[in-house]
Design a protein around this ligand. Structure first.
Ligand SMILES: Nc1ncnc2c1ncn2[C@@H]1O[C@H](COP(=O)(O)OP(=O)(O)OP(=O)(O)O)[C@@H](O)[C@H]1O
Length: 218
């Protein structure tokens, strides 16, 4: 699904990530790593938000040669969303829905599932961190993505919303969507059928044995 070749990512000449070759199959992938290890940098690079050296392809779409197809089919949910404070959740969701060619039905379902109605028309500057996160999660599921990247999707949301996120991931996964999830804690996504587990450490990304899922424990 995603092929990364000779990726070098630096900030101001300081190398933070080096990935000679990495192929991510279809499925749910979990990237672990300590604070500052490079997870967000990797995700933002894959999402087409940062300049980098190397090659990134989704199927046959090259991030540089097919920028529209590539970006239309990859969605990104920020770890710590930060929006212009005068914009409402409705403004943000409608804007992205248009860009991602999402239906109003999909918009309404995500707003309902994630419990966004109570603050839909309030400026985001008034939101709690959980309300901001719910908005960014709704945005990340819009359209017909082939890949959804969720950076620390479970931080700041309550337990009921965590269950909703698992439900959404399972539902989209069943429709063939590939997920890249990150956490800086060891235990986060055991409830999901993780295909590949990676550790981001020392500027490198290394595959680890997959975690045992909840279903394996019975
Ligand atoms: N815009 C930037 N300019 C300069 N350095 C940056 C920038 N963004 C990140 N870095 C550096 O790149 C490295 C990786 O940061 P990154 O945010 O990707 O880590 P992370 O694994 O997502 O961390 P966390 O778990 O704390 O969110 C860190 O050393 C960080 O200081």
């Amino acid at each position: 699904m995603l092929q990364i070749t000779n990726l070098h990512k630096s900030y101001g000449g300081h190398l933070v990530l080096q990935v000679p070759s990495l192929f991510l199959k279809e499925g749910i992938h979990w990237f672990k790593g300590a604070n500052g290890s490079g997870k967000t940098t990797f995700f933002r690079t894959l999402a087409g938000m940062l300049p980098f050296e190397g090659e990134i392809k989704m199927g046959t779409w090259d991030i540089r040669k097919n920028p529209i197809d590539y970006r239309l089919h990859i969605n990104y949910g920020e770890a710590e969303p930060d929006y212009p404070e005068f914009l409402t959740a409705n403004d943000l969701i409608q804007f992205v829905a248009k860009a991602k060619k999402a239906s109003q039905k999909q918009v309404d379902e995500l707003i309902e599932l994630l419990g966004i109605e109570p603050f839909l028309y309030q400026p985001s500057g008034t939101y709690s961190s959980g309300m901001l996160k719910k908005t960014s999660l709704a945005v990340a599921f819009l359209g017909q993505p082939k890949v959804i990247i969720l950076d620390e999707p479970l931080i700041t949301i309550d337990d009921a919303t965590v269950q909703k996120v698992y439900e959404l991931v399972q539902r989209y996964h069943a429709q063939g969507v590939t997920f890249l999830l990150s956490s800086h804690q060891d235990f986060r996504f055991e409830a999901l059928p993780i295909k590949q587990l990676f550790e981001v450490k020392d500027k490198k990304i290394t595959e680890l044995p997959p975690p045992r899922g909840e279903n394996d424990r019975h």
